[in-house]
Design a protein around this ligand. Structure first.
Ligand code: FAD
Length: 451
């Protein structure tokens, strides 16, 4: 791999970070992105879309030496601010962790992508091709066919390898599936989403800025993350069809009535709500499973290999972790056997990808419903109590995923299951949010035996 160029299909979050990582090792990279260059084109008509960046993503960005450029984009969120249905009281903060550093960060997708592209462009060994769509790949040769969006002309890059980082709708994955080289399945979620802007008012945030706001409504929910310009990006997650469902919210009055009855405090902050609702696209969500991600000289990573639903805020974090893991597996200096490396990467990562896909689905039920449930809140308090008592052994699953990148996703899933079963043993006897002396000593024994 020392001198042969590696094609990266897709200059999104994972593709741009991977270009930086490979270039740092002196490997020539061609980064091919179908959209225009974000350094000279504003993203999507002023809409601000943000993501939660957590420890895994930060670790990968640190590994690439990029955190100094990214830190100014980050807004810390200490926990979930729960806006209960029909609430008259102020919303309530459920902290994400119990240490000051256990926060996640809201980051604008476009700004983050631009910084990554700028960083990639800073390496002489990176060739950037914008307005260029990847259309097909040859797994045996690693060659890639692309189309110039401005001229319509096609050309083939006949290089050492292609890495497909072209997102959930990956053309590279489709091309390999079409050739019978892999099996890809998509499990669509029956719920879609729509993003809405809560503008700043008089230059100030309209909601508490250092939290991720959630309006859980059992069958659906609204969330909002802060932006540096003091606006919030709200996202409504709702069934595609039904009552309520996106298909029944077509008339302006229906949208207004739905928000006034379900999210009155949020509705009051969005003056042009029906107009935004009409103008903004409705996205669909799902889980993509691919077997394998490695086919000869072609590798898939990030959403192209394993797109997940967004409820754990981990898709980008997992994609960044993919990049760092692949980079750490590359032998330094000497040429390497790419098909073997790609196959080893797939083996190293596939269980973790499967684990976070499962946990992301489970977290939807937690965010839209369980956070309103007394039993859930009680068990969460017990888990924090046990973590204080056994900080190296009993770590709540959410914290393992978000704040402990040294624990692989698959291990977080396994240990989380063991911990749930330990908490189950107290369900019948304990009603308060604190475990008593006898329960703690029973917990100590179980923790020593099982964790
Ligand atoms: P992408 O970011 O999708 O990048 C793919 C790139 O490839 C794009 O630039 C695209 O233009 C380009 N491309 C596509 N096809 C081609 C082609 N044929 N040729 C050339 N270029 C192509 N993750 C988190 O970690 N935290 C969150 O809070 C979070 N919130 C989310 C909220 C929502 C509503 C959604 C939908 C997702 C969320 N995610 C979140 C997931 C996150 O967006 C993805 O996991 C992440 O973007 C994956 O990065 P990627 O580089 O693999 O794909």
């Amino acid at each position: 791999m020392r001198s042969a160029t590696v094609n990266i299909a897709g200059g999104g979050l994972a593709g741009a970070l991977l270009a930086v990582l490979l270039a740092r090792r002196g490997r020539p990279v061609r980064l091919i992105e179908r959209r225009p260059d974000p350094r000279s084109h504003a993203a999507d008509s002023g809409r601000s879309i943000n993501l939660a960046l957590a420890a895994r993503g930060i670790r990968a960005l640190e590994h690439a030496g990029l955190m100094d450029r990214i830190r100014p984009l980050m807004l810390p969120m200490r926990g979930r601010m729960i806006h209960e249905p029909g609430a008259t009281a102020a919303p309530r903060l459920l902290p994400y962790g119990q240490r000051a550093e256990e926060v996640i960060h809201s980051v604008g997708r476009a700004a983050l992508n631009r910084v990554l592209i700028e960083a990639a462009a800073g390496y002489a060994g990176v060739e950037l091709c914008f307005d260029t769509t990847c259309t097909a790949v040859d797994a045996t040769r690693g060659s890639l066919t692309v189309r110039d969006n401005r001229t319509g002309a096609s050309r083939v890059f006949d290089d050492a390898a292609t890495i497909g980082a072209d997102g959930a709708g990956s053309a590279i994955r489709s091309s390999l599936a079409h050739a019978g080289r892999l099996l890809a399945t998509e499990l669509p979620l029956e719920h879609g989403y729509k993003e809405l802007l809560i503008p700043a008012r008089d230059g100030n945030f309209q909601l508490e800025p250092d939290a991720l706001h959630v309006w859980p409504r059992h069958g659906y929910m609204l969330i909002a993350l802060p932006n540096p310009d003091r606006s919030f990006t709200a996202t409504l997650f709702l069934p595609q069809s039904g009552a309520p469902g996106f298909d029944t919210l077509t008339a302006e009055q229906a949208v207004r009535d739905f928000f006034d009855s379900e999210f009155p405090d949020a509705a009051a902050l969005i003056p042009d709500l029906p107009a935004q609702f009409r103008a903004h696209p409705q996205g669909h969500l799902g889980t993509i499973r691919t077997q394998p991600w490695a086919c000869g000289r072609v590798l898939l990573l990030g959403d192209a290999a394993h797109a997940i639903v967004p409820f754990h805020g981990q898709g980008m974090n997992a994609a960044f972790e993919d990049c760092a893991v692949l980079d750490s597996m590359l032998p330094s200096g000497e040429a390497c056997d790419l098909p073997r490396l790609f196959a080893a990467f797939y083996e190293a990562r596939r269980r973790d990808a499967e684990a976070i896909a499962q946990m992301a689905l489970e977290n939807y039920a937690e965010m839209r419903s369980a956070v309103l449930d007394e039993r859930f809140l009680r068990r969460k308090a017990w888990a924090l109590q046990l973590e204080r008592r056994h900080p190296a052994k009993f770590i709540p699953r959410y914290a393992m995923v978000m704040f402990h990148p040294e624990i692989p996703y698959s291990e977080a899933l396994r240990r989380g299951g063991v911990q749930q079963r330990i908490l189950d043993t107290f369900d019948a006897g304990a009603t308060g949010e604190t475990l008593g002396a006898a329960q703690l000593s029973a917990a100590d024994e179980l923790i020593h035996a099982r964790l």
